[in-house]
Write a protein that binds this ligand. Structure first.
Ligand SMILES: Cc1cc2nc3c(=O)[nH]c(=O)nc-3n(C[C@H](O)[C@H](O)[C@H](O)COP(=O)(O)OP(=O)(O)OC[C@H]3O[C@@H](n4cnc5c(N)ncnc54)[C@H](O)[C@@H]3O)c2cc1C
Length: 465
């Protein structure tokens, strides 16, 4: 269905973006052949580093004429294979489009290019007393364009929501090559169908985002973190439900099982508090008044004690708070180093169902005699379920993974949840989409894809089964 990239096409690409921005050597394109999904890779025929929307537009017109697929790429930190060029063709990297164009303090908005690293946006706006809340754990590596494509979440989603809640305007290039500009520095806007929200979370399958207007809020003045150990995972899970039921909405409620923290200790060769406990909650509260944040922290601490907490470590100063978060942010890397072959799921359930989800996953682990380590954003019902290969033979592992995955999905769906909370469908979950969505929903999605990209040039073999 697709054609190959010929030397003539490479020459035309060089004319569009400049010779140095077109990579064809094997060792230089290798980093663009995978994201962070273990064991998944496909080489592009060429990598093109673009600098502006005009170049992307020309690239699309060329790709349409020559029937070459294009896969957009931010930092390649995705966890569902979205940036992997399964059909070869062109990887379109936005890494050079990395400018923060404006921080508008009058309108509380920032305008940025898609290749800006999310953590750089945090630092730039915080220096102005402003706050961009979405905080994927990968924030020092991933791009805002990738966050928009995946509708990335993060620990602070419990209180502040996810990426889509902060996007007021987008410029994007359609697969036809046309450049569209949606929204603006507007807090309200109901003019027509909401194309911004259609593009957010579309996983790079409908258009390439080239400029973003982000909504900012004032930076909270006070933050307190609590690290709470429990001697069994259910007490920790019950505490999560109890805190929410008490109408307290902390900034974060992160759940970490003992195995995940022990893996971080081994990787970093240093000790963290309470790692002999079966599970820990890392709870953050924020606000503008010290006394009110402290009194909420007090209530949360008491609720945890009522549900079997062994201790409550309170961190009020920045260095102590950062130390508590260091372990949480390193869990994925640590589990990868512990068991280089593993399989991660990203299920999400209503928050009150977290204890049932965790109990069900323990049973699946026991039934299949597997080591499954859970951690994640328990405060918004989103648990990362890590199935470790350890010493299982390659053959048994290949057979086990799909069976265990389906079990986890059926459990999640039976609890009113769904199969991915923030990592996306990409190519790793697309065969399971019919478990979670009806045929009519999938047909509607196909029609939307066709309206944007009738020749399926943009990021083929993603999302739709
Ligand atoms: C250690 C670790 C921790 C993580 N923690 C979190 C977390 O807490 N929360 C969370 O939500 N995710 C998390 N992730 C997943 C990942 O970081 C996010 O999905 C992130 O948004 C990916 O951004 P990226 O720039 O790396 O995108 P890439 O991996 O490069 O691309 C992801 C998708 O976006 C598309 N895309 C990229 N740029 C554009 C663009 N400009 N226009 C259109 N499409 C585009 C690609 O085609 C692809 O489909 C984590 C990943 C790792 C490895």
């Amino acid at each position: 269905m697709y054609e190959k990239v010929t030397p003539e096409i490479i020459e035309r690409l060089r004319k569009i973006v400049g010779g140095g921005q077109v990579l064809i050597d094997e060792d230089r394109i290798e980093p663009y052949s995978h994201d962070k999904v273990i064991g998944l890779r496909a080489d592009p025929e060429v990598v093109v580093k673009v600098s502006n929307a005009g170049q992307i537009s020309e690239l699309f017109r060329l790709a349409q004429r020559e029937k070459i697929p294009i896969t957009p790429r931010g930092a390649g930190y995705g966890l569902s294979g979205g940036a992997v060029p399964l059909q070869g063709g062109i990887v379109l990297s936005v890494e050079k489009m990395n400018r923060i164009l404006e921080i508008d303090k009058n309108n509380l908005m920032a305008t940025v290019e898609p290749g800006v690293i999310t953590g750089d946006i945090h630092r730039a706006v915080e220096a102005e007393g402003l706050f961009y809340p979405p905080d994927p754990a990968s924030l020092d590596s991933c791009t805002i364009g990738g966050n928009i494509a995946e509708d990335a979440g993060g620990p602070r989603a419990v209180k502040y929501g996810v990426t889509r809640n902060y996007i007021c305007g987008l410029e994007a290039v359609l697969p036809s090559g046309e450049i569209i500009s949606c929204g603006g520095k507007l807090v309200k806007n109901v003019t027509g169908y909401n194309l911004i929200q259609l593009l957010v979370g579309s996983e790079g399958t409908l258009a390439v985002v080239t400029k973003i207007i982000l909504r900012l809020i004032p930076l909270p003045k006070v933050q307190i973190d609590l690290l709470v150990p429990f001697d069994d995972f259910l007490s920790a899970a019950d505490s999560v439900s109890e805190i929410i039921a008490h109408r307290i909405v902390p900034t974060t409620i992160e759940f970490m099982e003992q195995d995940s923290l022990k893996a971080v200790e081994r990787l970093l060769e240093k000790q963290f508090p309470f790692t002999d406990a079966a599970a820990q909650l890392l709870i953050q509260l924020d606000g503008n008044r010290q006394d009110s944040v402290e009194s909420e922290a007090e209530v949360v601490g008491q609720l945890c004690f009522q549900h079997g907490a062994l201790d409550v470590l309170v961190a009020k100063d920045r260095p102590t708070r950062l130390r508590l978060w260091e372990a949480r942010r390193m869990i994925i890397e640590a589990l990868n180093s512990e068991s280089p072959v593993n399989h991660m799921e990203d299920v999400v359930v209503p928050r009150s169902q977290i204890p049932h989800l965790l109990k069900g996953i323990k049973k699946i682990a026991a039934d299949f005699s597997l080591r499954i380590v859970n951690f994640g954003h328990a405060g918004d019902g989103n648990v990362h379920v890590n199935v470790l290969k350890d010493r299982i033979s390659d053959e048994s592992w290949e057979d086990l993974v799909p069976r265990v995955t389906e079990k986890i999905y059926h459990l999640t769906l039976s609890l009113g949840g769904t199969i991915t909370g923030e990592h996306g469908i990409g190519c790793t979950r697309r065969r399971y989409l019919p478990l979670a969505l009806s045929p009519s929903q999938i047909d509607l999605m196909r029609m939307i894809k066709k309206a944007f990209d009738p020749n399926s040039i943009l990021n083929p073999c993603k999302v739709l089964p």
